[in-house]
Each structure stands twice: as structure tokens, then as C-alpha cells.
Design a protein around this ligand. Structure first.
Ligand SMILES: NC(=O)c1ccc[n+]([C@@H]2O[C@H](COP(=O)([O-])OP(=O)(O)OC[C@H]3O[C@@H](n4cnc5c(N)ncnc54)[C@H](OP(=O)(O)O)[C@@H]3O)[C@@H](O)[C@H]2O)c1
Length: 358
């Protein structure tokens, strides 16, 4: 496989590379890349044939969008690139005073229509373009009715300001409800789900993956290297590196657990067999999972990116897949017990039934 093995993102005509360039590292910040390094990363991805670039209004306080827009203009590649950005985190530029109750403008965050219009206009300004190809709801706000989200984003598709929309970090039912409403009303629906997914984070397989399949949404894993953990550069007895996980972990839970070290041991064995880096084997595993359309690669340096992109040419054999799947198997939850082969056999009078699509 290569980056030009394009595929449709969900049930849509948007064709994307199997590895997408994540640009959360672009711009100022402790574990980020400065403008020169970001430009090098962007060029390396484009030279490898990649067409799918993912940013967000919140990354580096908007600087990531500005850099991505600048690099696209410098290379005259707007028509070639599938440009994705996100809304949802509060982007207020004017804190409220103490007498106003403090905090920030509540209409500068969330998925309400008022914020979506504000956020998109600000993103288009920073990106220096008049449309984005894919607009992500970055995170479910737990407040806005799904009907309002579908209405607002569908109207933006019709207005030509976005070509498609999709959901990141939401309960599966939210995306499925949106897909159902859209299908019933014959209006644009979500085409993808962006989720934390890696060998050490497979919980989304239970509810999100089946919902994505049913709703025509492609899965796009984020943090497929668990923020650098699956590169193998940290060790059980020495977790200090110059990398992101050495400092304050920006994503909550520590990756340094007994379970994760055991998964990493198997990943290292498989990587030795394949004569590649653990990072490449981890990305190859994510890319080959059923339902995964395009996997986000994050990098702080061009060397990291180049290494990671070569995952596209790595294939795991059945035995390697089985060992990785077994060691990283998520704890079965309620849904898994319902859809087990044993239960199906019991329901169908002892017969093994093959469902549509299996
Ligand atoms: N929707 C969401 O909520 C969400 C959340 C997070 C990310 N994302 C998206 O997903 C993209 C990827 O996420 P991520 O950055 O967390 O992915 P990741 O691949 O799990 O981690 C990337 C980090 O790992 C380290 N690394 C990567 N390749 C390496 C290599 N070959 N050797 C050694 N270290 C390496 C680098 O950090 P250090 O060098 O600092 O260790 C790099 O910044 C982001 O850019 C963003 O677009 C989305």
C-alpha cells in the first residue's frame, strides 16, 4: 500500500490517503514543531503522495490552521488537498469580567448553531480559504440537540462553505442518530468518526465501529501511537525521554501501565520479525483494522514522519495480527456479550447464521 492508494471516506465521494497528516504539533508549544519544522513535515507528507491534512481551530491557539493555510498557498495545492478542521472547544477571545460571572463567552464553544458559524468563519480566515473539505465536530457538548447539529452542518454543506462533515469524540449513539436523521430527511449526514484508537485503546470497537459501519462512516484513528508510547522509546524502568509523555500528559491517563507494557512487548517482537520500528508495526496494525479508512499520523520532526509513513508499505501476516489482537483485546463489555457467536447460535436453534455484510 502507498499514500496514493486513495479510498472513499465513509459513504462519500471524498477520496483520501490511508495515512492523514495530523497537525496538532504545528506551532508553538512544548512538544510542538516550529514553523520551519512544520513546513518540512508538510512537504515530506505531500512528496510521499499524501492528500489528507487534519487541523483544528484549537491547535496552538489557531497557529496550526494559519501554518497549514500558508503551506497550502505556498505550494498552490488547495485543489489537491483534502483540508479538514474542527470546531467545538471554546475559542473566546474576550474573557468575561468578574461582574459578568467570569469565564468566557459560552457562545464561543460547543455545537450550537451560533458557535458553529462563528468558529467556521474564524477557521476560514486563519486558513485563508473559502471552504473546508471536511468539518469535524471536535467533541460532543452534551447539550445541543442532534437535530440542530445536522441542520447547521447540512446548511453549511449546501452553502458551499464545507464539503462534508463528521464527528470526533462523541458517543456512538450521537453519530448514529445524526446519520439516521440525515438519511430520513435526505440531507447531508456525517461521513466519518475520529476516535482515539490504537493497540492500547480499543474500547471504541464495541459501539463506535459497528455504528460507523451501519451509518456509512469511515473510522479515523487519532493517537495511533498512543502519543509516542508505541514507538518503543519509553521503557518500563526508564520512562524519561524528550518526548511528550515524559512531561505532564496532556491527555489524562498515563500510558505507563502493566497492561500497556505487555502489549508493547509483543509489538516489539512483531517489529523485529518485520525488520521495522515498533511505530511502523503499530500503524500498520491500525490501518489494517476493518472499518478504518484513514489513520492520523502525528510527528514533531520530519524524521519521525518519514519513518511513520513507511508503515503504509508494511503488511502484518495472520499470525502477527492474531498475536497483537490477542494481547491487546479490550475487556468485553455488555454489547460484546450480546453479539457473541454462542448467543447467535442459541437464538437460531443451534445453526450458525451469517449476517449480511459478514
Ligand atoms: N480528535 C481529537 O480529539 C484528537 C486528539 C488528539 C489528536 N488528534 C489528531 O491526531 C493526530 C495524531 O495524534 P497524536 O499526535 O496524539 O498521534 P501519535 O502518533 O499517537 O503521537 C504522535 C507523537 O508521538 C511521537 N512520535 C511520533 N512518531 C514518532 C517516531 N517515529 N519516533 C519517536 N516518537 C514519535 C511524537 O511526540 P514526541 O516526539 O513529543 O514524543 C509525536 O508528536 C494529531 O495531529 C491530531 O490531528 C485528534
Amino acid at each position: 500500500m502507498s499514500l496514493t492508494n486513495f479510498r472513499a471516506l465513509g459513504r462519500s465521494g471524498l477520496v483520501v490517503s490511508p495515512l492523514a497528516l495530523g497537525t496538532m504539533t504545528f506551532g508553538p508549544g512544548g512538544w510542538n514543531a516550529d514553523e520551519a519544522a512544520s513546513r518540512e513535515i508538510f512537504h515530506a507528507y505531500r512528496e510521499a503522495g499524501g492528500n489528507f491534512v487534519d487541523t483544528a481551530d484549537i491547535y496552538s491557539g489557531g497557529v496550526s490552521e494559519e501554518l497549514v493555510g500558508k503551506f497550502i498557498r505556498e505550494t498552490g495545492s488547495r485543489d489537491d488537498i483534502v483540508l479538514a478542521t474542527k470546531f467545538g472547544f471554546n475559542g473566546s477571545s474576550s474573557p468575561l469580567t468578574a461582574t459578568q460571572g467570569g469565564g468566557a463567552n459560552p457562545h464561543a464553544g460547543g455545537a450550537g448553531s451560533k458557535n458553529i458559524h462563528r468558529a467556521l468563519d474564524a477557521s476560514l480566515r486563519r486558513l485563508g480559504t473559502d471552504y473546508v473539505d471536511l468539518y469535524w465536530m471536535h467533541i460532543w457538548d452534551g447539550v445541543t440537540p442532534v437535530e440542530e447539529i445536522v441542520q447547521t452542518l447540512g446548511d453549511l454543506v449546501r452553502a458551499g462553505k464545507i464539503r462534508h462533515y463528521a464527528f470526533s469524540d462523541m458517543p456512538a449513539w450521537v453519530a448514529m442518530k445524526a446519520a439516521t436523521i440525515a438519511a430520513e430527511r435526505r440531507v447531508p449526514g456525517p461521513i466519518a468518526m475520529q476516535l482515539e484508537y490504537s493497540l492500547v485503546a480499543r474500547e471504541v470497537e464495541a459501539e463506535h465501529f459497528p455504528a460507523a459501519q451501519e451509518g456509512g462512516m469511515g473510522v479515523m484513528p487519532w493517537s495511533p501511537l498512543a502519543g509516542g508510547f508505541l514507538t518503543g522509546k519509553y521503557n518500563r524502568d526508564d520512562t524519561v525521554d524528550t518526548g511528550r509523555l515524559s512531561g505532564a500528559n496532556p491527555f489524562g491517563d498515563s500510558k505507563f501501565t502493566d497492561r500497556n507494557w505487555t502489549i508493547l512487548d509483543t509489538l516489539r517482537e512483531v517489529a523485529v520479525e518485520l525488520d521495522c520500528e515498533p511505530a511502523q508495526a503499530a500503524l500498520a496494525w491500525a490501518m489494517s483494522r476493518p472499518g478504518v479508512a484513514s489513520t492520523l499520523v502525528g510527528a514533531r520532526t520530519v524524521a519521525q514522519l518519514t519513518g511513520n509513513l513507511s508503515a503504509a508499505s508494511i503488511s502484518l501476516n495472520d499470525d502477527q495480527m492474531r498475536r497483537l489482537n490477542e494481547v491487546s483485546a479490550p475487556v468485553p463489555g455488555f454489547t460484546s456479550s450480546l453479539v457473541s457467536p454462542e448467543v447467535r447460535k442459541m437464538l437460531y436453534g443451534g445453526h450458525e447464521i451469517t449476517a449480511w455484510g459478514e
